[in-house]
Write a protein that binds this ligand. Structure first.
Ligand code: ADP
Length: 162
């Protein structure tokens, strides 16, 4: 039987417990989840691509069902290259919907073999975003409940040198 694959694209700047929850749940739907760090030209990241990839690789090194990759370009091209037909995205609130709807329709227009699958956030992560985490960290707030320890440490180091 062929391996069922999906890609979970994002900026992951940095990855939060909300993202991790989506990855775990996506693993229940397919055999392999590609976490793909995409360059979003409209965002100015705090962490470099290498820093984000290092964090993701450390988090998932013991998990054969998760592959960590980075990609510059169109997600449909990434999907074509890896023979992936499912894009996973998370939805937190209605405010996420407009953008996600537009992206999903655009991607289907570019390749109609690709479907986007939306996983509703767990209520305990519904308010969590990478942006909020960065804001709390900038003011030395405690992000221990919101991100894995490796991200908490990386944020502390980063803020010292900002
Ligand atoms: P992007 O720049 O593509 O929006 P993000 O890293 O901000 O990348 O988010 C990647 C995906 O994860 C998006 O689909 C986003 O809606 C989803 N996501 C982010 N935070 C959460 C959360 N707390 N719960 C569920 N989904 C989330």
């Amino acid at each position: 039987m062929s391996v069922r694959k999906a890609v979970y694209p994002g900026s992951f700047d940095p990855i939060t417990n909300g993202h991790l929850d989506i990855v775990q749940r996506a693993k229940g739907l397919v055999d392999e989840v590609y976490i793909a760090l995409f360059l979003n030209p409209t965002k100015h990241p705090l962490f470099t691509i290498k820093e984000r990839i290092d964090i993701l690789q450390t988090l998932f090194k013991a998990d054969p069902a998760v592959k960590v990759v980075s990609f510059e370009g169109l997600i449909v091209d990434f999907c074509r290259e890896h023979e992936i037909f499912t894009i996973i995205r998370g939805l937190r609130a209605v405010s996420d919907f407009d953008y996600e709807f537009q992206m999903a329709l655009t991607n289907r227009k570019l390749n109609d073999r690709i479907d986007s699958v939306f996983l509703m956030t767990d209520t305990k992560y519904s308010y969590l975003s990478s942006t909020i985490i960065k804001q709390i960290s900038r003011f030395n707030g405690d992000v221990g409940d919101f991100v894995p320890a490796i991200v908490e440490d990386a944020l502390k180091r980063k803020m010292k040198h900002e």
